[in-house]
Design a protein around this ligand. Structure first.
Ligand SMILES: N[C@@H](CCC(=O)N[C@@H](CS)C(=O)NCC(=O)O)C(=O)O
Length: 224
């Protein structure tokens, strides 16, 4: 068996896949593509361009099989390597698990993206009006993030994980909230179930390793 993951040092989507590989105990080679806060992923890694018409990480190569898109990759890993299941078997729970992953990636994350100006490299020529616009958009996004935190907190009342057992829903939501925190977004302290859940997920070996790798990438790449 030979699995290779093309990842990015601050790629939330790649880190979702990495947690799944680690949870399943699958050995893999990780290739970090170049990234910096000024030019992003440009120039792109030639293998990523070859394997993914969208030119994005993550890309997973499992022997002859080449896949891109974190959700699709994770579903493949779950089918091909069912040990340490990360999705429920029941159809309704499975759909709820997928829906939560989608909410993390496509509802919460677009709000978190509005906070990303906070890690931009300093620019003495920055337009102050543009800067104010970014800050106003960030403040509005924070309000919407808090409303989502409130809903998630309610969903987690007296529960260890979103769907019975630890699942892809927890992985996706955790990664998006980790990124909210590293961008100094709303704190979790007022949401007791959500903050307990966050610490519970973070204490898993697989998640701890990935969170440390993000922190290390920030020390090297991001200004705060
Ligand atoms: N829906 C994709 C999104 C992948 C994605 O946005 N990857 C980012 C890094 S986190 C990327 O490669 N961005 C570079 C680009 O879009 O050019 C997934 O789930 O994998």
């Amino acid at each position: 068996m030979s699995i290779k993951l093309y990842s990015g040092p601050l790629s939330l989507f790649s880190h979702k896949v990495e947690i799944v590989l680690r949870e399943k105990g699958l050995p893999f080679e990780r290739e970090m593509v170049a990234f910096n806060q000024a030019t992003g992923y440009s120039p792109k890694h030639p293998d990523v361009l070859k394997h993914n018409p969208k030119g994005q990480v993550p890309v997973l190569v499992d022997n002859e099989l080449v896949l891109f898109d974190s959700t699709l990759i994770i579903e493949y890993l779950e089918d091909a390597y069912p040990m340490s299941a990360l999705m429920p078997k029941d159809a309704k729970l499975r759909a709820q698990c997928r829906l939560l992953e989608l909410k993390a990636d496509e509802v919460l994350l677009p709000l978190v993206v509005k906070l990303m100006y906070r890690t931009d490299p300093p620019d003495p020529d920055a337009d102050p009006v543009l800067q104010q616009q970014k800050e106003a958009a960030g403040a509005l996004a924070e309000k919407k993030i808090e409303a989502i935190y409130q809903q998630l907190d309610q969903q987690l009342t007296d529960k260890d994980y979103f769907i019975d057992e630890f699942s892809v829903a927890d992985i996706a939501m955790f990664m998006t909230i980790l990124f909210t925190m590293r961008l100094q977004g709303p704190k979790l302290t007022t949401y007791s179930f959500l903050s307990q859940w966050y610490e519970r997920v973070k204490s898993r070996h697989s998640v701890k390793q990935v969170a440390e790798s993000v922190a290390e990438a920030d020390r090297v790449l991001s200004k705060f």
